[in-house]
Every structure is written in structure tokens, then in C-alpha cells.
Write a protein that binds this ligand. Structure first.
Ligand SMILES: [Mn+2]
Length: 246
């Protein structure tokens, strides 16, 4: 099986459609299909901040339902899910855009899209192990010793990365560079931390190229290990991108 793994979308629906078409997916019988029967894998954070989060939910839900795609959740997905099941979450850091879209719907439409997202989230694996354990897709990363496990500690790492609990000089949560010490054989494909170009490090690749911050939406084609990107239609916010010393 061949895969096209797509980075953090954050409501950038138009760029997602462009990317799927650029990779050869065709719209047929109300679903995107690839003539070579490739499968899409989403790294999570499909909603929040961008202009069309609900369309992203609808499309990802339909693709997963029709077994054309696999979805793993990101931290924004986790928070939206908790909001939808009535937990007391803070409506900020991008969630406010998705909530505003929901509030613009009539109650029936709102119920449908909320139900779709809840189903999507509840049936999603925390991360996915593919191609006979040669490929792992997870939102923020995973340590080699965590592969195959699903404890609370693993969940936190997969959703938020290797956080220290401290803030960096820009006031953002400090994240350790876990990829730097990864020595595993499986290729780990992840997102979560916006970088201006896909970042390869020790058999890991970060494909969150900050589409919602004016970067680009990137996919990794596997097993080819080639990336393809679509430029963002959003204004560029340079300060949102991180760089890593090698
Ligand atoms: Mn994230």
C-alpha cells in the first residue's frame, strides 16, 4: 500500500483540495479516489484558525468512512472533541473560529457535523503503524520506546510533543527536539510544530509547513519519500515558524 500523508490543515480547505488534485486524486461518486489506489493519512489538527474548518471535518470524515483515508488526532482535535461533548474548555488558540462556524449553522446542520467529528475522533487510533511497522504517523511525534503503547503519557506526547511545561522566549510552550535523539528504524511522519520547509531528522519528518500561518500545505508520498506542497492563501505570520539547530 502506498500512502500520501498530509500535514496540519487547520481549516485550510481550499489548499487541501488543491493538494489532493495535485497528487492525482479525482472526485468520483462523491469521494476522492486515487487511480493507483493510494491511501491518504492525516496527521491531525484539521480544524481551528483557518477559514473552513467544518468543510475539512466533512471531507476527512467522508474519506475515512469510505476507507480512502486514515486520520490520527492532534491537540486541536482533542480540544474540539472535548468542547463538543460538553467539557469546559477555553474557546481560544483557534478553537473560536471553529465554534463561530458551528454557531452559524442551523441546529440540524450543527448536529450532523458535530456527530461526524465525534465519530471521527472516537474511532481514530492515537497514532498509526503502517507498512509492517516501517511507517508511523502521529501528530506531534513519538519516542521509540512508546511505539505500540497508548498510556496517558504516550497520549500527551503524541498530541503535544515533548513539552517541558515552560514557555520559550516568544511565550510559546517549550518543546524539546525529540527527533534529534530518535534512533529507530521506522520512519516517523508528524506535524504540530510549524517549520518553513519539511524537516528531515534521523528517519523522522515534520510536514507541518504552517499552511494556516501563510506557509504551505505539505504531503509526504510514501514509499517514495517525496514531499509535495501547495502555497497557502493565508497571510504570512513569520513569527509562528520555528527553526531547529542541527
Ligand atoms: Mn498541533
Amino acid at each position: 500500500m502506498k500512502f500520501d500523508i498530509i500535514g496540519d490543515i487547520h481549516g485550510c480547505y481550499d489548499e487541501l483540495i488543491h493538494l489532493l488534485k495535485a497528487m492525482g486524486y479525482v472526485w468520483e461518486n462523491n469521494v476522492f479516489k486515487h487511480p493507483d489506489r493510494r491511501k491518504i493519512v492525516f496527521v491531525g489538527d484539521i480544524t481551528d484558525r483557518g477559514p473552513a474548518s467544518l468543510n475539512c471535518i466533512r471531507l476527512v470524515y467522508d474519506l475515512v468512512q469510505s476507507e480512502k483515508a486514515i486520520y490520527v488526532p492532534g491537540n486541536h482535535c482533542n480540544k474540539l472533541y472535548r468542547y463538543l461533548i460538553g467539557r469546559n474548555v477555553q474557546i481560544k488558540h483557534g478553537l473560536e473560529t471553529t465554534v463561530a462556524e458551528l454557531e452559524n449553522l442551523n441546529p440540524r446542520e450543527r448536529k450532523i457535523v458535530s456527530h461526524s467529528f465525534r465519530m471521527l475522533y472516537e474511532t481514530a487510533p492515537l497514532y498509526t503503524v503502517l507498512d509492517e511497522q516501517r511507517l508511523i504517523v502521529c501528530h506531534a511525534g513519538i519516542r521509540e520506546d512508546m511505539i505500540g503503547k497508548t498510556s496517558k503519557k504516550v497520549e500527551s506526547f503524541v498530541l503535544y510533543g515533548d513539552i517541558t511545561g515552560q514557555k520559550d522566549i516568544n511565550g510559546l510552550p517549550e518543546r524539546r527536539d525529540w527527533a534529534k535523539s530518535y534512533t529507530g528504524k521506522a520512519l516517523i511522519v508528524y506535524g504540530h510544530t510549524p517549520v518553513s520547509e519539511p524537516r528531515w531528522k534521523n528517519n523522522t519528518v515534520n510536514i507541518d509547513t504552517g499552511c494556516v500561518f501563510g506557509g504551505k500545505l505539505t504531503a509526504l508520498r510514501y514509499p517514495e519519500r517525496e514531499t509535495i506542497s501547495i502555497p497557502s492563501e493565508q497571510p504570512l505570520l513569520k513569527e509562528k515558524f520555528r527553526s531547529f539547530p542541527d
